[in-house]
Ligand binder design. Structure first.
Ligand SMILES: Cc1ncc(COP(=O)(O)O)c(C=O)c1O
Length: 367
């Protein structure tokens, strides 16, 4: 493949950065920004430079302790975005087969294409509540399969994949020497009772698992870009070599803030819960009133992905924005153009008003 023909853009991220904003913004998937003033931090706690070659040790240790892995299994990264890029770039050679769920978070497709991998898809269907169909997945695995990519919770639907299913995917991958990448950026929104161990991460399900995560979505801490990869120590060492191609040292003040955030995560999570509970209730009440939408109702998380049963969806998004000042993520970014993604991590009154306007726009669209 010619270098000049490689995919070098992401239409979704470009749209998210330039066109998603609106007065009533239901297009974000993360929690409302957590204010710095709410963290127990003073200027004296921060510093510009510090000992952080390959990640500030206290940060790495906290991530390891939180996830139940050894520090040598942790590579810190600039958000889940860079964690995903590093993991894919380390594992995939041009021509390698990568199995990616459909629908998925578009960046996986964009980065795998950029890396020259050969992409194969496995479906997650509305009629299966967007669960992974293990038989279909098995039928797509070949000796050339190098990596299987899953988001958990699933972006765009919020569907949860349980431990038994993930362990089975791990075994199927292992049989052909493949890795399983699980992007867990929304997983902390699932209550701890749903897991058999005190740790949520699938990094503990086998040595061919590679997990990416950050404090961005579930906690509203996007600005400190505290992300990480969990993998076997051998793969982690290789990922660090690839990271040398992309970055010098991490941003030290952000790492210090990451340490403080991790030490106060329960409080930050409690704030997220106080927003999500009423917002999820508002969504449920809204959906109860709509027979023009088909929707899988995810149990947890910040997102829903309804399908507009009739009419031109793109025209509806235009109307929603132009006349009702409300944005959602058009389903075309998830290869499902009749659907749209609603985000529930925002301010409670903004979300309620956004949903109200969404209803009015649907009525106007139908009429
Ligand atoms: C599945 C998934 N992974 C990664 C990201 C990016 O995360 P971060 O902000 O930590 O870079 C997103 C953002 O929407 C996402 O939905």
């Amino acid at each position: 493949m010619s270098l000049f023909k490689r995919n070098k853009h992401s239409s979704y991220l470009e749209w998210a950065k330039l066109h998603s904003a609106a007065k009533y913004n239901l297009a974000t998937s993360g929690m409302l920004s957590y204010p710095l003033a709410e963290l127990p931090v003073t200027l004296a706690d921060l510093e510009i430079n510090g000992p952080n070659t390959y990640g500030y040790a206290p940060l790495v240790e906290r991530i390891a302790a939180r996830c139940g892995v050894r520090p040598e299994c942790v590579v810190t990264a600039n958000g889940t975005s860079m964690a995903n890029h590093l993991a894919l770039a380390t594992i995939l050679e041009p021509g390698d087969e990568v199995l990616i769920e459909q629908p998925t978070y578009g960046l996986f497709l964009d980065v795998a294409t950029y890396l020259g991998a050969s992409i194969v898809r496995f479906g997650r269907r509305a009629e299966d509540e967007f669960q992974i169909d293990l038989d279909e997945l098995q039928s797509k695995i070949t000796p050339k399969t190098r990596l299987i990519v899953i988001t958990n919770l699933h972006n765009p639907t919020g569907a949860f994949t349980n431990e038994a299913t993930l362990r089975r995917v791990g075994e199927m991958a292992k049989a052909v020497g493949a890795w399983v990448l699980v992007d867990e950026v929304y997983l902390d929104l699932v209550p701890p009772e749903e897991f058999s161990s005190p740790f949520r991460t699938s990094a503990l399900y086998g040595d061919n698992f590679v997990v990416t995560n950050s404090l961005t979505k579930a906690y509203g801490l996007s600005g400190i870009r505290c992300g990480w990869i969990l993998s076997s120590p051998e793969l982690a060492a290789r990922i660090k070599r690839v990271d040398d191609l992309m970055s010098g040292s991490p941003v030290f003040p952000a790492e210090l803030l990451g340490v403080i955030a991790l030490d106060n995560l329960d409080k930050i999570a409690a704030r997220a819960a106080t927003l999500l509970k009423p917002n999820r209730a508002a969504l449920a009440a809204f959906l109860d009133t709509r027979d023009d939408l088909d929707v899988f109702r995810a149990q947890w998380g910040t997102i829903a992905f309804p399908r507009l049963k009739t009419g031109n969806a793109e025209a509806f998004f235009e109307l929603l924005r132009a006349e009702f000042e409300t944005s959602v993520v058009p389903g075309r970014f998830f290869e499902m153009p009749e659907n749209f993604r609603i985000g529930l991590g925002g301010d409670v009154s903004m979300t309620a008003e956004g949903l109200r306007r969404l209803g009015h726009a649907l009525d106007a669209h139908a009429g």
